[in-house]
Design a binder for this molecule. Structure first.
Ligand code: SF4
Ligand code: SF4
Length: 334
């Protein structure tokens, strides 16, 4: 069941939704991109449909709406601590199918990963609803069809932009915001069916690949900047920072902040030890986590094929080419 609305009509629906929710989606920031005259598409609050940028891939993903880059876990003094008094507002997040599939991976990691439930994540997640919009075309470096994440279900609403019109598929609880508009039964959601890049994730990957010279090329090329991790919708590593206030050095707050497995210091331990000193080892860890380790626990690959790691890498390192090359290595060694 779908509603077919004009942009102005959907704007009316958005104004109704705004009475109950904060609206967040990709927004375009002029001249804030990686070159002086390039725009940045990132996540931000939207007031109307004209703020929502659907023509282009965002550099950052929607993960920051439920897993912020910096989050205070508790405040402390010398003799007590307390959690922040924080009641998140209800929010609707607009995102693409690959990114909605990435949210499912975050849910597994933060909510269903053994017995521990991450209360900070849960608090934001429970207040968040997702409106998925279909891609009108495949963008540079996307390979979501290969990872099976071009399609999705379980969203709160789905949108297909069709020129002057929008096909809208709201879930039952959100239909009340469409009151006054007519439903049409004959239309189904449309997902992108083809990317320019196809990736064949190798079967039979194992830890035998760890010591293979294949990874050495990345030791020479990767500069360990961590951009790939921060743009990735499924990277969830974080580190802790204790902040001590200037006016009272015995008081402060503990924050968790995003971390990157590619940067120096990520695996440093007390005593001066470090697990992965070479960039090639770090690349191996990242790749194996995305297309091997995660699936062993959760029966799905972590990577959703958004291609953002390729989009942002200053060294033009391609994740999809790395996977394709790996297939050849596995075939040769078996
Ligand atoms: S590894 Fe790269 S392609 Fe895969 S989900 Fe992360 S950013 Fe997207
Ligand atoms: S973005 Fe590229 S250069 Fe930077 S850490 Fe990732 S792979 Fe290495």
């Amino acid at each position: 069941m779908a509603y077919i609305l004009t942009h102005a009509e959907f704007d009316t629906v958005l104004q109704r939704l705004k009475q109950d929710y904060i609206l967040i989606g990709p927004v375009r920031k002029k001249n804030k991109g990686k070159f002086s005259d390039a725009d940045l598409i990132t996540y931000g609050q939207i007031e109307s449909l004209s703020d929502l940028e659907t023509n282009g891939k965002s550099q950052f993903s929607a993960k920051e709406t439920i897993f912020p880059p910096s989050q205070t876990l508790f405040y402390f003094t010398e003799d007590e601590y307390r959690e922040p008094k924080f009641e998140p507002q209800k929010q609707i997040v607009f995102l693409r199918a690959c990114d909605f599939n990435a949210i499912k991976r975050l849910d597994l990691l933060f909510l269903e990963n053994g017995q521990f439930v991450d209360a900070y994540y849960k608090r934001l997640r429970e207040k968040t609803h997702f409106f998925v919009f279909g891609c009108e075309k495949s963008y540079e470096n996307c390979f979501c069809v290969s990872t099976g994440t071009n399609q999705c279900e379980g969203y709160d609403a789905f949108l297909n932009f069709k020129g002057e019109k929008i096909n809208l598929f709201p879930s039952e609880p959100f239909k009340r915001y469409f009151a006054g508009y007519e439903e049409n039964e004959d239309i189904l959601p449309q997902f992108i069916e083809r990317n320019h890049i196809q990736v064949d994730i190798p079967e039979g990957l194992s830890t035998k690949i760890y010591d293979h010279p294949y990874w050495d090329q990345y030791g020479k090329r990767c500069i360990g900047c961590g951009r790939c991790n921060f743009s990735c919708p499924t990277c969830t590593c974080f580190t802790m920072q204790d902040i001590f206030y200037r006016d009272n050095k015995n008081a402060g707050e503990r924050r968790r902040v995003w971390a990157s497995c590619q940067v120096d210091g990520f695996t440093d331990m007390a005593g001066g030890h470090s697990y992965r000193k070479q960039q090639g080892e770090r690349m191996r860890f990242k790749v194996m986590h995305k297309i091997h380790d995660f699936a062993k626990r959760f029966n799905m690959h972590m990577c959703v094929g958004c291609g953002r790691c390729d989009d942002v890498c200053p060294e033009y390192i391609s994740f999809s080419q790395c996977i394709s090359g790996l297939k050849g290595v596995v075939a040769h060694d078996n």
